[in-house]
Design a protein around this ligand. Sequence first.
Ligand code: UD2
Ligand code: MN
Length: 515
Amino acid sequence: MPKGYIKDAPGENGKAVDIPKEFLIESKRLFERNKFNQWASDKISLHRILPDARPKLCKDKVYPGDLPPTSVVIVFHNEAWSTLLRTIHSVLDRTAPDLLIEIILVDDKSVVKELHAPLDAYIAKLAKVKIIRNKKREGLIRSRLNGKSFAASKAPVVTFLDAHCEANTGWLEPLLERIYNDRSTVVCPEIDVISDENFAYQYGPSGLMRGIFNWDLHFRWRAVSTEEQKRRQSPIDPVRTPTMAGGLFAINRDYFKEIGTYDEEMDIWGGENLEISFRIWQCGGTLEIVPCSHVGHVFRKSQPYGFPKGVVDTLGKNSQRVAEVWMDGYKEFFYQRQPHLRGHAYGDISKRLEIRKKLKCKSFKWYLENIYTDAVLPNESVIAKGKVRNPASNMCLDSLSRPKLSYIGLSPCTLSAMTMIISFTVRQELVVQDICLDVSDYNPGTKVQLYECHGMKGNQLWMHEKDGPIRHGTSGMCLDRGSGGNPIIAVCDGGESQKWIFEKYYLNVTPKVKI
Ligand code: UD2
Ligand code: MN
C-alpha cells in the first residue's frame, strides 16, 4: 500500500467522513470559513487512496513513451491547509515522475498565517514544489499567468488545477496524449465530485457530460449531444465540449501563448473559462473532456472569499469582456438577460480584438452552427413565459428564491417578482431563474421540486398547451395547486386546481414528444 495509507482511516478509499454530534458546531464554523467542511477534510490523510474512477477500457490503454511532461499550476487565495496539501500530494503520489517537471503554487495574497512560513517550511521538503506569491490580490486569472511565466520551467505543457482537487489514478497520461497528438487540443479531465459536506469522492459513468453556457454567461453542465455521441466511436473517446468548467485543464505551453493566454484585465473570478473556450474553438483549436482522466474537485455552493470591487461589478465586467470580444451580435442576448450591464464600463478590449484578428478567428455564428449546435437562442427558446396563474385561486407559481433542491410554491398573482417568471422552453422544461421544475417521485400528492436543469428530459419534461393543464411527462400526472402552499402532481381530472395560464404565449404548438 502506498505511503500514508491507513486502513479504515476517515475518508479512506474516497469514503465520506462521519461527523460525530459533538463536533457539529465546530464543523459548521469551519464550513463558513471555506464553504466546505474543513473539519472533515482535516481528518483525512493527505495521501488518501481513491477508488479508481476510470472506465475499465482505460486501464488497458498503452500510451506513447515520449509524452511531453508538464508543470502543474495551482493558484489559491486563503485555501484550507488540508485541501491544498492533499491536492499537491495527490499529484505527487499519482503522477509518473518523468511526466511532472514541477508544481507551481501561486499564493494570491492569502492572509491565513499557516499559508506563509509553515507552508514554506513544508514544501521545502518537496523537491518539485515551488511557490510564488502575488504582491497584491490579483484574482485567479492573473495569478495563473504569474505561475506560468515563473521559473525556468521548460515543461512543454501547463496543467492547471484548483487548490481543492484530488488527482486520481492515471489522470495525466490521457491528457498529455491528446496534446501530443495535436498541440492545439486543449483537454480537461472528467471532474468528479468531492462532497463539500463530507468529502466523499463521487463519480458516475464517464463520457456523458459536456460544458455549455447560458445567456447569463454562466457555465453549465449538460448531457453530451446525440450528434457528439454518434461521432464518438468508443465510450472512452474524448468528448468535444463547447465550454470548459475552467479550473482543471492541460494545454500546450506555446499554443497557450499563441492564442493569447488569458485576458489579463479580468479580475478575481469568473468569465475566463468561457472566454478561453470560445477563443479555442473560434480560433481553430479543439476543446475536449477526456473520459480516461479523472480528477476530483470540491464543488462549493458559494465563494468563501470576497470580491474587493463587489461580485456584480467584477463578474459583470469579466462577462462583458467575453461578450464584447467574442460574441458579435449575439452579445445582445447577454445584455437582454443582464440589462443593468448596458453602458457599464468594461475597460479597453483592443488587445483582445487584435488577437482575434491576428489569428483570423471565426465568428460566434460559426461557433453556434458548428460547435454548440443545440444552443437554444432566447428569441426561439420559449413557448410561453411569465407568471403562471391558476385562475380559480388567482395564485401564481413562485420559486420564492428557495435554494436548489426545494419545492415550488405559490404567491398571489398580484405580486411581481423574478421568482415568479417561468419559461416553458422548447425543450419542454419549466425553468425559473435557471432552475427546473422536477418530479422524481410519481405518486399523486408529491410536491414539485426545483432542481438544476439537466437537459435530459426525464423528470424535467412537461407538456402544456394554452388553456390546458400542465402535464408531467414521465408520470403523466397533472400539476395541481394542492392545498398546502406547494403545488403537487395529481391524477389529471380537468379540475380548477389543475388549470394554469402563462402570462404570454409565443408559439402555439407544443412539440410532440412521446411519453
Ligand atoms: C470554477 C473553476 C475555477 C474558475 C472559475 C471561474 C472548476 C472546478 N473551477 O469555479 O477554476 O475557472 O470557475 O473563474 O472548474 N482563487 C484565487 N484568487 C481569487 C479567487 C480564487 O487564487 O481571487 C483561486 C481559488 O483559491 C481556487 C481557484 O482560484 O484555487 C478557483 O476558485 P474557486 O475554487 O473558488 O472557483 P470554482 O471552483 O467555484
Ligand atoms: Mn474550485
